[in-house]
Design a protein around this ligand. Structure first.
Ligand SMILES: Cc1cc2nc3c(=O)[nH]c(=O)nc-3n(C[C@H](O)[C@H](O)[C@H](O)COP(=O)(O)OP(=O)(O)OC[C@H]3O[C@@H](n4cnc5c(N)ncnc54)[C@H](O)[C@@H]3O)c2cc1C
Length: 288
């Protein structure tokens, strides 16, 4: 049976933050509810208060400003991200990851911010945010702070967020000209499932690789050491081969209902090799 909780839908940020200030530890913020309500229905989360963020006007902002970059508010749905021309053009890996998340119906409710706040190791939108060096914007009545997404995740389903804090959005710097990126995901089925492994790969205009993965460690990870190795070598097909082999050294997958650790390790190498090869061959630019 569903537990009892108060449901509130504040219209302003101040109203929401005051509510969290009073009831933070017993409250849960809710965006699309596609993670949270599954837990509530199973009594795995029993908040006394559900605070719906989707009524707060400023959280609906999805805006690209040339010279500044992209801002994605906390209520922006995954379908809005996947369909945004600015995202497809400047951040293809993010558009592809968003398009790969669950089904169209679910993406109409689910948000990018909910995806990272849920902090699943398999969160599809985390790897592209990691390679684009996104920053998470958090607010509470005490003030605001910004944390690089690489420092946001602290463990399985854990983040740096405090109970009285709310994420209002995520910002991504504008990629310089010549930037290419893509997202590859292996899942048991198409739609309705978290990935066995997800890989975001980016090759900047200065020919520097950025790589990040989901579902291969307790948190989504950026592969800084592997990037260093790749960035010290000339671009060549052999580099893709090496990337795939070396990627397996830097990950710590587990076995679960979706995959054995061994299969994850194998797939991780295959996807990294494929992603690097495709970027070298010129893929990853915007093709509307
Ligand atoms: C059938 C199904 C398939 C799925 N497939 C995928 C998939 O392929 N890939 C994938 O990555 N995920 C998948 N998911 C998980 C889920 O849909 C996503 O993680 C989604 O992006 C969560 O967004 P939401 O807005 O629904 O979050 P919610 O459920 O509303 O919230 C998730 C968490 O974030 C917190 N939160 C929400 N907003 C804020 C905020 N503004 N500030 C602070 N904390 C906040 C909530 O308190 C909660 O802990 C799937 C889920 C289902 C049910």
């Amino acid at each position: 049976m569903l537990g009892n909780f108060d449901y509130v839908k504040p219209k302003t940020l101040t109203e929401a933050l005051e509510y969290l200030d009073r009831h933070g530890p017993e409250s849960k913020l809710m965006a699309g509810g596609t993670d949270l309500l599954v837990l509530v229905r199973r009594n795995l989360a029993m908040p006394a208060h559900l605070v719906d963020v989707k009524g707060i006007a400023e959280t609906g902002r999805l805006e690209f400003i040339p010279g500044q970059g992209l801002f994605i508010g906390a209520s922006v749905t995954v379908n809005e991200v996947a369909g945004s021309e600015a995202v497809k053009e400047r951040y293809p890996a993010l558009a592809q990851a968003a398009g790969s998340l669950a089904s169209h119906q679910l993406r109409n409710r689910a948000t990018l911010v909910g995806n990272i706040c849920n902090a699943s190791p398999g969160a599809d939108l985390a790897p592209p945010l990691l390679v684009f060096e996104a920053v998470v914007h958090m607010v509470s009545l005490l003030g605001s702070r910004m944390v690089p997404v690489a420092e946001f995740f602290t463990g399985v389903k854990k983040t740096v967020l405090r109970p009285e804090e709310m994420v209002i959005g995520v910002s991504l710097p504008e990629p310089p000209p010549g930037d290419r990126s893509l997202y590859l995901k292996q899942a048991r089925i198409k739609g309705h499932d978290l990935g066995i492994v997800g890989v975001a790969a980016r090759l900047t205009g200065e020919k520097r690789f950025c790589l990040a993965m989901s579902a291969v460690a307790p948190t989504p990870i950026r592969l800084f050491q592997l990037e260093q190795t790749l960035n010290a070598q000339p671009l060549s097909p052999a580099l893709a081969e090496r990337a795939g082999e070396e990627a397996r050294r830097w990950i710590h997958p587990i076995s679960d209902v979706r995959s054995s650790a061994e299969y994850r390790t194998h797939v991780a190498g295959v996807l990294v090799k494929r992603a690097v090869a495709r970027l070298i061959s010129g893929e990853g630019t915007y093709d509307a």
